[in-house]
Design a protein around this ligand. Sequence first.
Ligand SMILES: [Zn+2]
Length: 238
Amino acid sequence: MPGNVNTTLETGELACAITAGDLPGKVMITTRRAGDLRPGIRGTAARRASVVPGGAWRWTRQVHGAVVVTAEHAGDAGDGLIGRAAGARPAMFAADCALLGILSPQGIVGVAHAGWHGLCAGVIEETARAMRSFGATTLSAVRGPCIGPECYEFSPDDLDSVAREYGPAVRGETSVGRPALDLAAGVRAACDRAEIELVHEVCSCTACARTASGEPTWFSHRARRDPGRHGLVIVERQ
Ligand SMILES: [Zn+2]
């Protein structure tokens, strides 16, 4: 789908910030340098506040499914979370899974956490449906970093099942020629199906991307068994 929405990207050491046209809400994605921002870990509230000043974030208990909850029910199990661009601050956390921040002209915003289980369960489509049920019309999404096919060897059987759902583009190859899942391609297919315009993708692999000084840019469970998580949060736009 050709892009109708211009995006702006500010890249910082601790986070990048993406805005789309004049849509309400700004998508912020934290880096590994910002530290582990998972909820429930000592010191993470202060870290979140130092990286993204302002109000507290809201999140869900992520379970790799397709349940979508509203900001009033933050804390419940779910992999989609929707709220208002003004103040809800919905967030998701990951180390390899794809995170999506979705904006709408009506100020209804949503975040989704899509590893391959959540993707196949339909979390992206369900998040879009929930946003529209609250009045959102056109949906514009930003995808955060996720593991790339070159680092994501996948069993042929599982790859077949994802390809049945989202098409042959999800079939990738690792750097040594093994079957791999192209998770980003799956996210693109789910966005097409849900009529979400993907206006920006952070095309950087959580497993192998490095900063200029040679340290990993993101957290990766698969590559390093990192316990930490980076975050994607939608905040107010100044
Ligand atoms: Zn990689």
